[in-house]
Structures are given as structure tokens and as C-alpha cells.
Design a protein around this ligand. Structure first.
Ligand code: APR
Length: 270
């Protein structure tokens, strides 16, 4: 899509030109992403086709109760997801968002994703060619934790954890190097608190946003899903990029129906 001509862009999505000008006119933009932004990289979404793993729904495995009941099964699922994501690559949507964040100091990315594809896009050498307008630090907020981090179920230990997990038996599950208790994925499970700092920063950015771009999330899970509502309450136009139906469709100012990998570069580049 980088080679796409301007005329084709106009033809591709009549609303695309309007969305582009809304984003260009906004000094402060919040981008809210979900599993759909990683779909074209090969990472299955949660509530779409292929979202099930061994016939389990995320709501049945991503919970403290499921982990307490069967830590081996939960680690098997997370170990499988780690291996899968490690074999995937950022797609043009991740790369376009990463470039845009470097070029525009007012852009804040709020992601619900625990994969590391936004991070890897930010570290892509081609992306780094775009001069950095302002530090990324507090402009990149992960609300549901990270797939490649583990934390102790008992003490305060938490760290990056990329070695393969042997979930073949309860005895081979990863243990805390400092206290010996079971480790768990350092992600937010249903019913658990989101990281307070990132959450507060995300809602503060939304409350000041002059535009909000939602990419690849059904908007069914809260409080993360509420970031888009907060931006709209602040008067920000809401632009939704998704090939399917989302809970934001009725409130969106513009709905660009299609795949993130195609639409987001056309929306943000050139
Ligand atoms: N481009 C853009 N969007 C896509 C694409 C694509 N190529 N493919 C699918 N989608 C959309 C789907 O239509 C759907 O609206 O991505 C969205 C994914 O929605 P969910 O599967 O519900 O994922 P998400 O909204 O990120 O879930 C939120 O729920 O399970 C918890 O913690 C987990 O962070 C997750 C949260």
C-alpha cells in the first residue's frame, strides 16, 4: 500500500480522505489497538474465527481461578502463544503506527495486546529512520501486560521470560528463582486490576485527545475498551478500523471497514 497512488486512496475508502484530514488536524491523538492489529501477522484474535485454543475460550483460561485449578493447562496455552508470536512479524499496520508515533509527539498508543509486535515495530531499523519528535516513554501504554514477562505467584519477582515453557507436567512448570513458588504470565486476567500507572495515563491522554483511532478491537472488554469512550467524551472524533462489527460502530464518526494492514498505512502515511 506504500506505493498506492493518491487517486486510488480516494477511491479505496471515500471516508479515508476525511479520516486522514481529521487525524492531520489533531495535535493530540490516542490510538487504541486490540488483537485485530496483529491478525495479519498471524496472531489469532480472541473473539473472532480461530479465537479458540483446544476449544477453550479466553474467558475460561485467562483467569486466576483457571490458573489455580490447572496451572499446567494455562501455561500450555501461554507457552503456545509465546511460540506462535515469536514466529510472527509486525505487519504494515504496526509499522505505520510506530513511524507515526515517532514523527508526531502528540500520539499516544494504548494497546490491549500482550504480544510484542508493537514493540518490535518500534525497534525496526526502517522505522527508526523516522526522526523521533519526542520520547516514546509514556506515549506507549500496555494495559493488559506482556506475554513475554512472568511474575511470581508469591513474591514481588517479575522479569522478561522468553525461554520455552515445559508445560508437560505440573513439576516442570517455571518457578520463581528467588522464592521457588510457581511463576505465572505477567498479564492481566479477567477480574484482575489493570496496571494503575498505564491505565491512569491512558485515560488522561484520552481526556485530552483531539482524535481517537481504534484499530482491531471489538470493544467488549473493560476498562480498556472505555478509553475510546473517554476520548469521545472529550470531544474527539472516533475513527474505527475493523473488517467486522464492533461495539464502537454506532458511536464512531468514521468506520473504515477493512484490514488494519491495508487501511492504517493509507491512513497515516504520505
Ligand atoms: N484488521 C483489523 N481488525 C481485525 C482484523 C484485521 N485484519 N482481523 C480481525 N479484526 C478485528 C475483529 O473484527 C474484532 O473486532 O479485531 C477485533 C478483535 O476483537 P477481540 O478478538 O475481541 O480482541 P480484543 O478486542 O483485542 O480483546 C480485548 O479481551 O480476551 C481479552 O485481554 C484480552 O486484550 C484482550 C481483550
Amino acid at each position: 500500500s506504500r506505493g498506492m497512488s493518491r487517486r486510488r486512496r480516494a477511491v479505496l475508502h471515500p471516508d479515508l480522505k476525511r479520516a486522514r484530514s481529521l487525524l492531520a488536524a489533531a495535535a493530540r491523538v490516542v490510538v487504541l489497538t486490540g488483537a485485530g492489529v496483529s491478525a495479519e501477522s498471524g496472531v489469532p484474535t480472541f473473539r473472532g474465527p480461530g479465537g479458540l485454543w483446544k476449544q477453550f475460550r479466553p474467558e475460561e483460561l485467562a483467569t486466576p481461578e483457571a490458573f489455580a485449578r490447572d496451572p499446567r493447562l494455562v501455561w500450555e496455552w501461554y507457552g503456545w502463544r509465546r511460540e506462535l508470536v515469536a514466529g510472527c512479524r509486525p505487519n504494515p499496520a504496526h509499522l505505520a503506527i510506530a513511524r507515526w508515533m515517532r514523527a508526531h509527539s502528540g500520539v499516544t498508543l494504548v494497546t490491549q495486546n500482550v504480544d510484542d509486535l508493537h514493540e518490535r515495530a518500534a525497534d525496526d531499523p526502517a522505522v527508526a529512520l523516522t526522526p523521533l519528535a519526542a520520547p516514546l516513554g509514556d506515549r506507549f501504554l500496555k494495559l493488559h501486560g506482556s506475554l513475554f514477562r512472568s511474575k511470581c505467584t508469591r513474591c514481588a519477582y517479575a522479569a522478561e521470560h522468553r525461554e520455552p515453557v515445559d508445560a508437560s507436567s505440573a513439576d516442570t512448570l517455571p518457578r520463581c528463582p528467588s522464592c521457588g513458588a510457581l511463576l505465572r504470565p505477567d498479564v492481566v486476567w479477567f477480574g484482575e486490576m489493570l496496571p494503575p500507572g498505564a491505565t491512569q495515563a491512558a485515560f488522561a491522554a484520552a481526556a485530552r485527545a483531539q482524535a481517537c483511532l481504534v484499530v482491531g478491537t471489538k470493544g467488549a472488554v473493560y476498562p480498556a475498551g472505555g478509553v475510546a469512550h473517554e476520548a469521545q467524551r472529550a470531544g474527539a472524533p472516533l475513527i474505527v478500523v475493523d473488517p467486522g462489527e464492533t461495539d464502537y460502530d454506532a458511536m464512531a464518526d468514521l468506520k473504515l471497514a477493512g484490514a488494519a494492514g491495508e487501511i492504517v498505512p493509507a491512513l497515516l502515511e504520505g
